[in-house]
Design a protein around this ligand. Structure first.
Ligand code: PLP
Length: 471
C-alpha cells in the first residue's frame, strides 16, 4: 500500500470527517424515512445506473464515496425503519441498537474466541442466560449467535443429526452418510423454506422427510404426526410465516420426549410470544423441545445479522460445529465459535444484549404485544371496509383477500405503487392473498389507518383501471 493512501487513511481516522459525513447522511436519512414513499420511486431506481462503472484503477475519495452512496443509494432503499413496511417479516430497528452498532463497529471485534474479544465472550454468556429466563428454557441450554434463523435452524438440525446418529452408534462427522443408519425427519408441509434448505444442506434429502399436513390455520396436524422414536427429529414451528399460527407444542413435545425424539422449533419471529404475558399461551410447551431457532432482527427489532440457536444439549451442538487448528486456542471462558458454523464473525451479540437491556422484560412484552394489537387493528379496519381476513390473527400476521385472485393481485400491485405502505402477496389455501406482517416498533395506530386507506384506494384503482389512466 502506498504511503499516500496510508497517510490519507490515518488522516481519516484522526480527523473524523468521513465519520461526520456518514453521521450527517444517516441523520438526513432518518429524518425522511418516516414520511417518504416506502418503496423507491422510479426515478430513484433509474439513478441506480450511476453505480455502473468499471472497477476503479486508482484509489478514490472517501467523502465522495459516502456522498454518492447517500445521494443515489439512500433513495433506492426500502424505508424499513419507518412504520409502514409490512412486507417480509422484517422488524424495524431500536435506536439504541443502532447506536450500539456504531460504537461497536469501531471496536471491529472478531468474536470466535474469548482471546479475540473478552467483551463479546462475556456478553454472549450473559445474554444466553437472559434468553433462557425470558423463554423459560432449562439451565443446560446454550446459545450460538448466528446470522439469522436460516443459519440457526441449520445449527439446531446439525446438533440433532449429531446426537441421533451418535445414539445409533454412528459418527456422522467422520463417517458421513454412506452406509449410515436412517434418521426419521418429520416436518410440516407448512415448514418455512429455510427448514427445507437446512434439510437439504445437511444431506437428509427433502424427499426423505415424513411431511405432515397442516390444518386450515397452518398448524401441523397433531393427529397426522407419525409414530416417533429415538431416530426421529420433529421440526415444529412457532409462527407460521403466512398466518402466524403456532403448532401444538404441549402435546407434541411431550409425545416426542417420551419417544426419545429430538424436537427443533423454528421460532424465527414467533418465539417472542413467549415473552408476552398475554400471548405466551401460544408457546406453551416449548420448554420441552431440544433446540430453538429465532431472530433478534425480526420481532425484537435489532439490526440485521442477528439470529440465535439455543440448544439444550451443549455437547451435541459443539460436536456438530467445532473446528480445530493448531493456532486456535480455546479457553476456560466462552469461545463463541464452538456454538456457530462460522469462525470469524462480527460481534452481533452487542446489539442483542443492548435490545434486551434497554427494553427489559416489560418493554419486550409491550413491544411484542403491541405488534399483535396493531395487527388486530389492521384486520378489524380492513374487515370493516369489506376486505376478507383469512386467518385467525393470533400474532402479527394478517392474510387478506378482496374478491377473486385477480383483484387481490392487482390490489397488491396498486398498494406497492402507491408508496404509502408496502405489502407482499402469497398463496394461501389455493388463493392469492395479501400478506401483512406487523413487525416494527415504529408502526403506530395512525400508520395502520393510513395503510388501510391505501388498501381501499388501491382496490378502487384495481377495480377500475380506466379511472386510473384518466387521472
Ligand atoms: C424469516 C424466517 C426464517 C428465516 O430467518 P432469517 O433470519 O431470514 O434467516 C425462518 N423461519 C421463519 C418462520 C421465518 O419467518
Amino acid at each position: 500500500m502506498s504511503d499516500d493512501i496510508r497517510r490519507r487513511m490515518f488522516n481519516e481516522m484522526e480527523q473524523k470527517f468521513v465519520f461526520d459525513e456518514a453521521r450527517n447522511a444517516a441523520y438526513d436519512y432518518a429524518d425522511r424515512a418516516l414520511e417518504r414513499n416506502v418503496f423507491p420511486t422510479d426515478d430513484a431506481l433509474a439513478d441506480l445506473s450511476r453505480f455502473e462503472e468499471e472497477l476503479p484503477k486508482n484509489s478514490g475519495n472517501a467523502m465522495q464515496i459516502l456522498q454518492q452512496l447517500h445521494e443515489y443509494g439512500s433513495p433506492a432503499t426500502v424505508a424499513q425503519i419507518g412504520g409502514r413496511y409490512f412486507g417480509l417479516v422484517n422488524g424495524g430497528v431500536l435506536p439504541v441498537t443502532l447506536a450500539v452498532r456504531w460504537l461497536t463497529d469501531f471496536w471491529d471485534q472478531n468474536t470466535p474466541l474469548y482471546l479475540s474479544s473478552p467483551i463479546a465472550s462475556r456478553l454472549e454468556v450473559i445474554t444466553e442466560a437472559w434468553l433462557r429466563d425470558l423463554f423459560y428454557l432449562p439451565e443446560s441450554c446454550v446459545a450460538g449467535y448466528v446470522s439469522g434463523s436460516s443459519m440457526a435452524t441449520l445449527c439446531g438440525l446439525a446438533a440433532a443429526r449429531q446426537r441421533n446418529f451418535e445414539r445409533l452408534g454412528w459418527d456422522i462427522n467422520s463417517q458421513g452418510f454412506s452406509g449410515a443408519p436412517k434418521l426419521h425427519i418429520v416436518a410440516s408441509r407448512q415448514a418455512h423454506g429455510t427448514v427445507n434448505k437446512a434439510i437439504a444442506l445437511l444431506g437428509f434429502g427433502t424427499d426423505n422427510v415424513d411431511w405432515v399436513d397442516a390444518d386450515e390455520q397452518g398448524r401441523i396436524r397433531v393427529d397426522q404426526v407419525p409414530q416417533l422414536d429415538e431416530s426421529s427429529i420433529l421440526i415444529l414451528q412457532a409462527g407460521n410465516v403466512n398466518s402466524g399460527a403456532f403448532d401444538d407444542f404441549n402435546t407434541l413435545c411431550s409425545r416426542a420426549k417420551k419417544a426419545g425424539a429430538w424436537v427443533h422449533i423454528d421460532g424465527a419471529f414467533g418465539l417472542w410470544a413467549a415473552a408476552s404475558k398475554k400471548l405466551n399461551h401460544l408457546t406453551r410447551g416449548i420448554e420441552h423441545a431440544d433446540s430453538w431457532s429465532f431472530d433478534g432482527h425480526k420481532t425484537l427489532n435489532t439490526p440485521y445479522d442477528s439470529g440465535v440457536i439455543i440448544c439444550r444439549h451443549r455437547d451435541a451442538l459443539v460436536k456438530a460445529l467445532h473446528a480445530a487448528g493448531a493456532y486456535i486456542v480455546y479457553s476456560e471462558e466462552r469461545d463463541g465459535m464452538l456454538h456457530t458454523p462460522e469462525m470469524s464473525r462480527r460481534s452481533r451479540v452487542f446489539e442483542l444484549w443492548a435490545a434486551l437491556k434497554y427494553l427489559g422484560e416489560s418493554g419486550i412484552d409491550e413491544l411484542v404485544y403491541g405488534l399483535h394489537e396493531r395487527a388486530l387493528q389492521f384486520a378489524t379496519e380492513l374487515q370493516q371496509q369489506g376486505f376478507e381476513i383469512l386467518n385467525e390473527v393470533v400474532f402479527n400476521q394478517v392474510l387478506v383477500a378482496c374478491g377473486d385472485d385477480q383483484l387481490t393481485t392487482a390490489t397488491i400491485a396498486a398498494i406497492q405503487r402507491s408508496g404509502e405502505c408496502w405489502v407482499g402477496g402469497t398463496q394461501w389455501q389455493q388463493r392469492s392473498v395479501i400478506r401483512v406482517s406487523v413487525c416494527s416498533w415504529a408502526t403506530t395506530a395512525e400508520d395502520i389507518t393510513r395503510s388501510v386507506q391505501a388498501f381501499i384506494d388501491a382496490r378502487a384503482l384495481a377495480q377500475d383501471p380506466a379511472h386510473n389512466q384518466d387521472q
